[in-house]
Design a protein around this ligand. Structure first.
Ligand SMILES: CC(C)(COP(=O)(O)OP(=O)(O)OC[C@H]1O[C@@H](n2cnc3c(N)ncnc32)[C@H](O)[C@@H]1OP(=O)(O)O)[C@@H](O)C(=O)NCCC(=O)NCCS
Length: 223
């Protein structure tokens, strides 16, 4: 499902269960030495996906240690993203010369817990989600909006090194095309060249929602 959401220059690897017998590098192992089994399992599984993606790009395996604000520390020539939720783990990796930044996120296709939509959605997004829930039942549109925003953050942060609040990105979901557009409302401030828009794609399969953004060049700001 993930590969269909990303351009061909991005190696996308996803699994529905944790690969057995996979060994982390010592510096990765150090990051989860004291973690609970669930955290160790998801941390290792996405790194297995990342190793497979590296191989698909014709690159040797390399450790991926969480860096500043948890962002994955890719080899300098690469851009990528990883995601895990119950029953799904994935990594997407590309050469930075092809794609500047990638963000992927997976979520269970279930309604958000009570009160969360109010916290993460702008008024316009709230109206959009309410309309979709009414007219197109069967997809958790509120959760999809959340996932799109998490993909936005994972694309934005490695590019800018800046936080991004939920109110600083306006997401417009296209329920028919399986796409979404993002207008970034953050004050660019000293980041005069920070992106102002992203375009993404989404899919729902087997109880999981996946969103993905591959930011290449300037994307036209949505109307
Ligand atoms: C960072 C964040 C987006 C991760 O969300 P999540 O639901 O935990 O995401 P997933 O479980 O799908 O993925 C976790 C992976 O995200 C990646 N990640 C973590 N921090 C990251 C960052 N700052 N930049 C890019 N990727 C990051 C890591 O690879 C992590 O996996 P790992 O810890 O095993 O290496 C989330 O914790 C967060 O801080 N959200 C608030 C910021 C936000 O979303 N703002 C809204 C913008 S519109």
């Amino acid at each position: 499902m993930l590969a269909s959401l990303l351009p061909p220059q991005v190696a996308a690897v996803e699994v529905r269960s944790d690969p057995a017998g996979f060994a982390l590098y010592p510096e990765e192992e150090d990051c989860v030495r004291d973690a609970v089994p669930k955290r160790r399992a998801e941390f290792a599984a996405v790194r297995w996906c990342a190793r497979v993606a590296m191989a698909r790009l014709g690159l040797p395996p390399a450790p991926v240690v969480p860096g500043h604000r948890g962002a994955p520390g890719w080899p300098p020539s690469l851009a990528g993203s990883m995601t895990h939720c119950a029953g799904y783990r994935a990594a997407a990796l590309t050469r930075r010369s092809d794609v500047a930044s990638v963000g992927i996120d997976a979520e269970p296709d279930e309604p958000l817990p009570e009160g969360i939509l109010q916290v993460i959605a702008l008024e316009e997004e709230h109206r959009q989600v309410a309309g979709l829930l009414r007219t197109r039942p069967g997809t958790s549109w509120d959760r999809l909006l959340f996932s799109a925003k998490e993909s936005v953050f994972k694309t934005w942060y490695p590019l800018t090194g800046r936080e991004l609040g939920f109110e600083e990105a306006l997401v417009t979901l296209d329920p028919v095309e399986g796409s979404f557009r993002v207008r970034l409302l953050a004050d660019a401030g000293p980041l005069g060249d920070a992106p102002r828009a992203f375009a993404g794609r989404w899919a729902a399969e087997g109880g999981v929602l996946v969103t993905a953004i591959a930011h290449t060049a300037d994307v036209l700001v949505p109307a």
